[in-house]
Write a protein that binds this ligand. Structure first.
Ligand SMILES: Cc1ncc(COP(=O)(O)O)c(C=O)c1O
Length: 395
């Protein structure tokens, strides 16, 4: 490999030897493509004319009044597919085509990455298969149906906690058996090198646009940029536009039923160094070093590890990480719906919820930029179940 992709002590390539040549192939194709003007032109053309970039930056004045600070929303919910995942799926599907691969596989949690990959597969004419935990299939049914409509095959994963972690295991197992013709299109800034770097590259467009848009609209940079953190791709994408500046970068993890309980997914707050899915990062583990099951109301944040760059940014202090509970995220869902007429993804609601805490600590002139990573249509079933008082703990 040309690099081992370490961010401080996190990252690396912790995979069976069999996978190393495949990762080398992805790394060298990515390094070439990211320098190739024709590749970048096609990627940006599709992002603009197919996916609808640039996404708007919207000053949410009603929410600002409610929160007591100037709140701007980066509207990734308006991207084709309904979430930021499309940026990465289009980029990597183009890479797969360039590498001559004839089959794409992916994992998905909330289903947004699966939908984005199925869209990209249909667009580029590459057969696509998606691995998804059975629990996630149950709570994200509209996205399962969408993937199928887009022509993808969806494999239910019935092992472990039947969520994202297990879906990644199955996708990796498939990849090991089909390296010749298959491209593994990983959905977040995690996994073995080069994925954390490659996914950041395809998501940095969010931060680049937001940087320019906030200067145009507010005349200055924000005080904070806030994004939810599952694996960490929407957060690293928007952070990238504001690094090495005075802006405070804030990632928000799922505190589930509370950090004091076992039912959360706050890896940066409660994790310890560990290896899984080909990377060294922080992980929620038991006393024997086994990766623990996590819990969040939002399937997209229900992951017991985190992308290695976030673990590093927390260590260096370049970014800070906080958390929001299910109840706080749900309250933020209703607040945004009622104040602005926007139904946000439950994942994004964690960032919205913590922004309120930041606003309370600051002044009305404080500018908080929130990455609204996706739209909430996929979550209506979940929100409805909450209102009817249905139990939702699966872990
Ligand atoms: C709308 C939305 N936001 C956020 C996430 C979390 O992923 P990441 O941390 O990679 O942005 C997901 C994952 O499925 C998602 O669907």
């Amino acid at each position: 490999m040309q690099s081992l992709g370490f961010f401080g002590s996190f990252g690396g390539v912790y995979v069976p030897e069999l996978l190393v040549p495949a990762l080398e192939e992805v790394e060298s194709a990515f390094l070439e493509a990211s320098q190739d003007a024709d590749f970048l032109k096609e990627y940006h053309h599709l992002l603009k004319h197919y996916a609808g970039r640039p996404t708007p930056l919207y000053e949410a004045k009603n929410l600002s009044k409610r929160y007591g600070a100037r709140i701007f929303l980066k509207r990734e919910d308006l991207l084709h597919g309904g979430a930021h995942k499309t940026n990465n799926a289009i980029g990597q599907a183009l890479l797969a085509k360039r590498m001559g691969k004839t089959r794409i596989i992916a994992e998905t949690g909330a289903g947004q990455h699966g939908v984005a990959t199925a869209m990209a597969g249909a667009l580029l004419g590459i057969p696509t298969e998606i691995y998804m935990g059975a629990v996630d299939m149950e709570r994200q049914q509209p996205n399962v149906f969408r993937m199928k409509l887009l022509g993808a095959t969806v494999h239910a994963v019935e092992v472990g906690s039947k969520t994202l972690k297990d879906a990644i295991n199955e996708a990796m197992r498939d990849w090991v058996s089909n390296l010749q013709d298959t491209y593994y299109l990983l959905g977040t800034a995690a996994g073995p090198h080069p994925y954390p770097t490659l996914v950041r590259f395809f998501q940095q467009i969010i931060g680049e646009e937001a940087h320019q848009q906030i200067l145009e609209q507010a005349g200055r940079l924000p005080d904070q940029v806030v994004a939810c953190v599952g694996g960490g791709s929407n957060a690293i994408g928007i952070f990238q536009g504001f690094r090495n500046s005075s802006v405070q970068l804030v990632g928000v993890e799922p505190a589930g039923l509370g950090l004091e309980t076992e039912h959360h997914g706050a890896v940066l707050a409660k994790g310890t160094p560990g290896c899984l899915h080909g990377m060294k990062s922080l992980a929620l583990q038991d006393k024997d070093g086994q990766v623990r099951e996590t819990y969040s109301i939002s399937a997209g944040l229900d992951y017991p590890l985190v992308g290695p760059e976030h673990a590093h940014l927390q260590n260096t202090g370049e970014a800070v990480y906080a958390s929001a509970t299910d109840a706080e995220a749900l309250a933020a869902f209703h607040t945004l719906a009622e104040t602005e007429g926007i139904l946000p993804a439950l994942e994004s609601c964690h960032a919205l919820a913590y922004a309120q805490t930041l606003a309370v600590q600051g002044t009305p002139e404080q500018i908080i930029l929130i990455n609204l990573s996706g739209r909430g249509d996929k979550d209506l079933h979940q929100v409805m179940a909450q209102q009817e008082g249905a139990p939702h703990v699966h872990a």
